[in-house]
Design a protein around this ligand. Structure first.
Ligand SMILES: Cc1cc2nc3c(=O)[nH]c(=O)nc-3n(C[C@H](O)[C@H](O)[C@H](O)COP(=O)(O)OP(=O)(O)OC[C@H]3O[C@@H](n4cnc5c(N)ncnc54)[C@H](O)[C@@H]3O)c2cc1C
Length: 511
């Protein structure tokens, strides 16, 4: 029997307005912020409060894409959202998305790009960790997903590429695949453009979004599979019956220290030492709920990490570890560099530079700082000699000296013999010298519930958990030990969100 609750009467139309723009104020964890849900498997209730074809958990990028797909196909859905706004981290993102064989690529001269090259690039970057079939699906659907997004109000106007990754054949990365949406003065952030467009489409379709109503558990029937969701509504605990299926769209465990400790030491390092830019509601709820009904995990351990030294190192300078050695191409792909910095002894690395770099950085980065404030705050260290600098930081001074000498020779000869860096080849030869630690600015954790190419969640025995789907960053298996390049995460939200929706809706309703 279906009993109505009043959790629906939240002024849906009003809450949609400006949702993604307001995404920055995700503080809307509101009345449930900080509550600890009971992550136990929930018995099938004798009475359901409401019912629908598909319950979607999360109204971020994945959830909105799934909702649109279901509503356009004539199905019904209830979308549970923990915060007070739509968009999630997607609305806070750059909104850029990787795709191959698209009309924009052809228009801008990259008509030679192929899904196969795109696929091989992902596979080579993944170091054998990914499920190749998921990568194939992500790539093969990428152009179609761009077309789908354009049909839903997003216009892609420019392309960019990924900085070098040592394990990837450069030929596979020549075509620019990162599609950026047109932004406006009112909506200058690509992710907000994306989030607002999808929220508007969902609203136009009459999407039923329950804000500040976090799902707290999945209801799994021993025979039928996942038949509903338990949630914490304003009116109290509710049980929503999903006639066909449940889709998890809650993103990863970006801000959950405990889960990071268990699954991703690099994510823990990022949380504790770096900065965090994801939605505050991104605490791994979907992964835990899925684990509670037997889900397996995949792709755990990587991060969307933006190695972020202080002033200057983005332009030139070198990075060294505590032994005074360089360890990576400082102009390489950001997440690859992040992992490399994290992997150094003590997870410590420093960017080393001199006044030339500081002055250039002031121009390039728009900074006018003379670094006195940073030095006083301890985020930048200065030494008149390399030895003095090294001694202050506990870096091996003799090795630092040797490293800088080799770097200077290579810079003068125009060739980085160690890591093949081609940008910022400039000697560090005049004191004072500076160092600033390299930490990860974190855009999210990677890895989540294991899915197959139909976006069905797989259990620890390798079996499909009936009627449970997942898409976007709550799922894992298509990203390897580090994030392979901008635009992969948002691509996964559209790709697996839509696939999850199509297959969830195709399920036969249970009685
Ligand atoms: C600053 C920044 C820039 C980025 N730029 C890019 C980029 O340009 N391109 C790219 O590909 N990637 C980018 N990323 C990464 C990317 O944005 C995210 O990984 C991706 O958007 C996540 O999408 P999602 O749909 O999985 O989750 P989200 O969009 O975060 O949606 C998850 C939703 O689930 C809700 N939720 C969580 N728990 C519950 C619960 N228990 N019940 C109900 N709802 C719940 C959340 O509140 C949220 O609304 C960026 C990340 C950041 C932080």
């Amino acid at each position: 029997m279906v009993r109505k609750t009043d959790s629906k009467s939240l002024g849906r139309r009003d809450l949609f307005k400006g949702a993604a723009v307001a995404g920055a104020g995700m503080a809307a964890a509101g009345i449930f912020g900080g509550a600890t849900p009971a992550w136990a498997q929930t018995p099938v209730p004798e009475e359901w409060d409401e019912e629908t074809d598909v319950v979607i958990v999360g109204a971020g990028g994945t959830g909105l894409a799934a909702a649109i797909e279901i509503l356009e196909a004539g199905g019904t859905a209830i979308i549970l959202e923990k915060s007070g706004v739509t968009g999630g981290t997607t609305a806070l993102s750059g909104g850029i998305i990787q795709a191959s064989e698209t009309p924009l690529q052809a228009e801008l001269g990259f008509e030679y790009d192929t899904h196969e090259d795109h696929y091989q690039y992902y596979i080579q970057a993944a170091e054998g960790i990914v499920d190749p079939e998921l990568v194939r699906v992500l790539v093969d659907n990428s152009a179609d997903n761009i077309a789908w997004l354009e049909a839903h109000g997003i216009e892609y106007t420019s392309l960019s590429g990924v900085n070098p990754i040592p394990s990837v054949d450069p030929a596979l990365m020549q075509a620019l695949r990162i599609h950026a949406p047109r932004t406006t003065e009112e909506v200058p952030r690509g992710g907000a453009v994306h989030g607002l467009a999808l929220a508007a489409s969902a609203e136009a379709l009459g999407a039923d979004i329950r804000f500040e109503t976090p799902a707290t558990a999945l209801v799994r029937d021993p025979e039928k599979g996942v038949v509903g969701v338990k949630a914490a509504s304003r009116a109290g605990e509710i049980h929503l019956r999903a006639r066909k299926a449940v889709i998890l769209a809650t993103s990863s465990f970006d801000r959950n220290e405990e889960m990071a400790r268990s699954f991703s030491p690099q994510q823990l390092w990022a949380i504790q030492k770096g900065g965090q830019a994801t939605a505050i509601t991104s605490t791994g709820d979907g992964i835990k709920m899925a684990m509670a009904v037997g889900a397996d995990l995949a792709g755990m351990g990587g991060t969307i990490g933006y190695a972020q030294p202080g002033i200057g190192a983005a332009v030139a300078g070198i990075w060294v570890n505590k032994h005074g050695q360089r360890f990576v191409n400082e102009d390489g792909h950001y997440a690859y560099k992040s992992r490399a910095a994290y992997q150094q002894e003590g997870s410590m690395a420093w960017a080393i530079f001199d006044d030339k770099v500081r002055e250039q950085a002031a121009t390039v980065l728009g900074s006018t700082t003379d670094l006195e404030d940073e030095i006083a705050a301890g985020t930048v260290t200065r030494g008149n000699t390399l030895r003095a600098l090294a001694n202050q930081l506990g870096i091996n001074a003799a090795q630092l000296q040797a490293t800088v000498e080799l770097w200077n020779t290579d810079a003068d000869n125009g060739e980085d013999n160690l890591f093949g860096k081609t940008v910022g080849l400039q000697a560090i030869d005049e004191g004072p010298f500076y160092a600033t630690p390299v930490y990860e600015y974190n855009l999210g954790s990677c890895g989540g519930v294991k899915i197959n190419t139909s976006a069905q969640v797989i259990d620890v025995f390798g079996e499909v958990i009936p009627r449970l789907y997942a898409g976007g960053m709550v799922a894992g298996g298509f990203i390897g030990p580090y994030y392979p390049g901008s635009g992969t995460a948002v691509a996964s939200t559209v790709c697996f969100g839509r696939i999850a929706a199509q297959n969830a809706l195709a399920e036969e309703a249970w009685e």
